[in-house]
Design a protein around this ligand. Sequence first.
Ligand code: EPU
Length: 337
Amino acid sequence: MFIIKKGISLKEYNTFGIDVSSTYYVEAGTIEKISFAANFAAYNEVPIMVLGGGSNTLFTGNYNGMVLRPTVRGIALAEDMPREVLLRVGAGVRWDALVEFCVSKGLYGLENLSGIPGDVGGAAVQNIGAYGAEVSERIAKVEGLNIALRTPLALSSEECAFGYRDSIFKRELRGSAIITHVCFKLSKSPDFRLDYGDLRARVEAQGEPTLVNVRQAVLDIRAEKLPNPQQLGNAGSFFKNPVVSAARHDELLAQYADMPSHTLDDGTVKLHAAWLIDQCGWKGKRVGNCGVHANQALVLVNHGGATGSEIAQLANDIKQSVSERFAIELEPEVTLV
Ligand code: EPU
């Protein structure tokens, strides 16, 4: 069934649970249906916004345009090589269903990214990352449709210009590309990355490192810190972790000796926004219907009935206190619409 719905609530389609509507909403599971929807939007002269699992979007008002959810399904073996496989996966496959599939088939590379909400297409757009891994390391190719040019799209990993929670789909191709498939290169033999935080200790507490044990350890750590969006509306980390120069880091360290950080390959230093927000006293604070999660200061939550503008206001207030105290400008990771 292919229906273009008019004026429906998007509450079920964004993990913050914000009750807004869009002019049109459509789920399209094939390239033909996506093209049809794109033509419909062009004919009606409305913009298109692609929404995957809605786990990284904050709606601050109704959307005057078409919200299109690509529901392309399927996980196919595209190439079987001696040490690796190439999987071609529909953009509408739930991200964690893919990770679970890989773990069950003995395919290595995505296990650290267990439990992240959202769909496969969104994972590529956002270059999701957690526990020392980023999805871009495993993406070989992204396929889709350029709705501005009405041409098929096939981008190599390099062409996707992946960065920290960033890609060409958030920049040059924003609003004009619709991802239909993502191809992942996965290893047939162990290739574990366990050096983030206490991940190794958590895995070893369960026994030998195996795909199942690593997935379980990651799911356990996430469950302790991150609220389940089905119980408490949220979009994971609201801000990106800021990066500062080594000199600025030294200055900060002289003042705040216990400030956690991570030096990057180019010598710059990534700080933890959660720590900065926590230091400003926001952790666990409630403001009206929204607030800051009690176990992870980087996560803003909807306690029920919050509007997008209320959450955006809270984010602004947080940003301002971090700026006043540390002279660091936090940038949202979540896309505000
Ligand atoms: N910390 C605090 N207070 C807090 C939480 C954390 O001070 O309330 C400090 C602690 O010192 C901790 C450090 O911050 O050691 C790092 O915390 P955590 O391991 O939870 O990681 P994070 O930097 O806050 C990032 C990602 C998460 C990802 C985790 C684990 C970003 C913006 N966030 O958070 O990604 O799950 O690392 O790898 O990069 C997301 O993108 O939505 C997301 C949840």
